[in-house]
Write a protein that binds this ligand. Structure first.
Ligand code: DGJ
Length: 531
């Protein structure tokens, strides 16, 4: 059934220096992806016209759900036809897959639990809010739901192993989706209330002690306020309040996801992660999904779910850098606490093209993926597709030079129109294209985001790739100045550089800068000298 595209070994997540890297088909791999809208993959027919769209946008990976209710409509009877259709079409289109296990929870709720679970409340008890009102949310304190989810997930992983262990189309799996408790900070069902009175497990206490100096400030300050106690109930250790309720939920959600992931990995050891609905700044737990793998309780998740390879943000709020900074913990050497930036979802909007350049250049970013990617009506001209076309060409440069710290990423807006970094013997200054004032659009109140990646491949040689940027290089050697020997526009074909135009004269402002205009997407190879 499947073609022989890209045979290799099972995908691994390794560390190269402090950098995390996916090794897919035996090579480092970055996900230039898109996530399908929730219901798209529930019909292969509906998906038919979508595949060419994804191809037109140069995705190398599709992030797609697997729905428990459709995969196990009757208890113990499994239907993998939708998964098989994803595998087949991804293969035909030379794309990889990230599968999302819509199991016990999807955006807090248990809407993807099969009917035989939803309708058997006795066997599968629900979470309750602070007033004891039952929610359509399975409680993590019940073994029956956990065992049923685990059984189904293991079946899924076995199926992937059987059908995909030669093609390696599936490269990672998300366990559940946006776990978190609503509308109260914790569930108040009977089983949960009992556990809440019990001692905080030693596994968590030991983690807190071991990482005391590096804990996220929220958890640390609650623990500190209560005297850094090392034994006692949740309220003894963290005090009474909504954040303690959230820490409690985070721990038991993490344990739950860990158990599911461990069982899945035992049959087919793919990297696995969980994604987070981010906490709206200033809101209280329970108003946002409480206890998910969000930044201020990430330590609790790291402690409770060591089997998970990554915690990932779904970025729908503004201030991309703020959220990306919180999830990129690759510099922490200790694997127990470190985390690469993996973005399974980002709002599909203007500016994603620039953010993607910045993400892969500035962070240890393994995935960028606008949500509801199929929704575009103009895939051929979609800006993210233009960015992906370029990123695919330079992907191996990024993964080669990033662990050597020779890659930088830049993101520019009207409010933050200049940014700079030092690379080898050069101070690299990147400005928004509109700072030149050459375009009529520069007079507008808002400017489109622009961004680029700069890769240093030799002491005086760089590739720059991006959109809407003007780049200057200054020597950091005292008494020296920098000049351009040559700037070539070009492209990579099978990793080989094919030079196009020589970018001199007006194109480099007579030797003053490198420029990729706004609305343009390109790669330029820059050779400098010092005098
Ligand atoms: C985040 C969820 O993870 C997605 O499945 C989807 O519901 C989006 N939100 C909708 O914005």
């Amino acid at each position: 059934m499947l073609n022989t595209y890209a045979q290799g070994h099972i995908t691994k997540l390794i560390r190269n220096g402090n950098y995390f890297q996916f090794i897919v088909d035996d090579k480092p791999y970055l996900i230039f992806g898109g996530e399908l809208g929730n219901s798209s993959a529930s019909s292969s027919e509906y998906m038919r016209p979508i595949w060419p769209k994804l191809k037109a946008m140069n995705l190398n990976t599709v992030i797609a759900p697997v729905y428990w209710e459709l995969m196990e409509p009757i208890e113990g009877k499994f239907d993998f036809s939708l998964v098989d259709s994803l595998l087949k079409n991804a293969c035909l289109n030379k794309m990889k897959l990230v599968l999302l296990w819509f199991g016990t929870w999807k955006n807090s709720m248990s809407c993807y639990a099969p009917a035989w679970i939803k309708t058997d409340e006795k066997r599968f008890p629900r979470s309750e809010d602070v007033n004891g009102i039952k929610q359509e949310i399975m409680t993590p304190f019940d073994r029956n739901i956990l065992e049923s989810d685990k059984r189904a997930f293991v079946k899924l992983m076995k199926h992937i192993k059987q059908t995909d262990n030669k093609q390696n189309t599936v490269i990672t799996v998300q366990v559940e989706n946006e776990i978190g408790m609503l509308p109260s900070a914790r569930t108040h069902d009977e089983a949960a209330n009992k556990v809440f009175e019990q001692a905080v497990p030693l596994q968590l206490i030991n983690y807190l002690i071991k990482h005391k100096g590096a804990l996220e400030p929220g958890v640390r300050s609650l623990w500190e306020k209560n005297g850094f106690k090392t034994a006692g109930s949740w309220e003894d250790i963290f005090g009474k309040g909504l954040f303690t309720d959230e820490i409690f939920m985070a721990w038991y959600y993490a344990k739950y996801a860990n158990e599911i992931a461990a069982a899945g990995k035992a049959v087919y050891d793919l990297p696995m992660y969980v994604n987070a609905a981010l906490n709206r700044p200033g809101w209280k737990p329970g108003l946002y999904p409480s206890g998910g793998p969000i930044p201020h309780v990430m330590d609790i998740w790291k402690a409770g779910a060591p089997v998970l390879d990554m915690m990932a943000p779904d970025i729908y709020f503004p201030d991309f850098e703020h959220w990306a900074n919180l999830y990129d913990r690759h510099e922490l050497e200790d694997r127990e606490v470190a985390n690469p930036l993996f973005i399974p979802e980002i709002r599909f909007e203007k500016g994603d093209d620039a953010k993607a350049f910045f993400a892969f250049g500035n962070y240890n970013c393994l995935s960028f993926s606008p949500f509801s990617i199929q929704s575009t009506d103009h895939p051929q001209t979609e800006p993210i597709g233009k960015t992906y076309s370029i990123l695919q060409q330079i992907s191996n440069l990024i993964t080669t030079y990033q662990p050597r710290r020779q890659v930088a990423g830049f993101l520019l807006s009207k409010d933050s129109s200049t940014t700079t970094d030092t690379m080898a013997n050069y101070r690299v200054t990147v400005k928004h294209d509109y700072t030149l004032g050459w375009s009529a659009a520069a007079k507008k109140d808002t400017w489109p985001l622009s961004g680029c990646i700069v890769i240093q491949v030799a002491p005086d040689e760089f590739y720059v790739a991006g959109t809407g940027v003007v780049i200057t290089f200054q020597s950091v050697v005292p008494g020296k100045r920098a000049g351009f020997l040559r700037i070539d526009e070009g492209k990579f074909e099978n990793k080989k550089w094919i030079a196009g135009r020589r970018m001199n004269g007006d194109q480099d402002h007579q030797g003053r800068h490198v420029r990729i205009p706004a609305d343009d997407y390109g790669i330029q190879r820059v050779k400098l000298y010092q005098y």
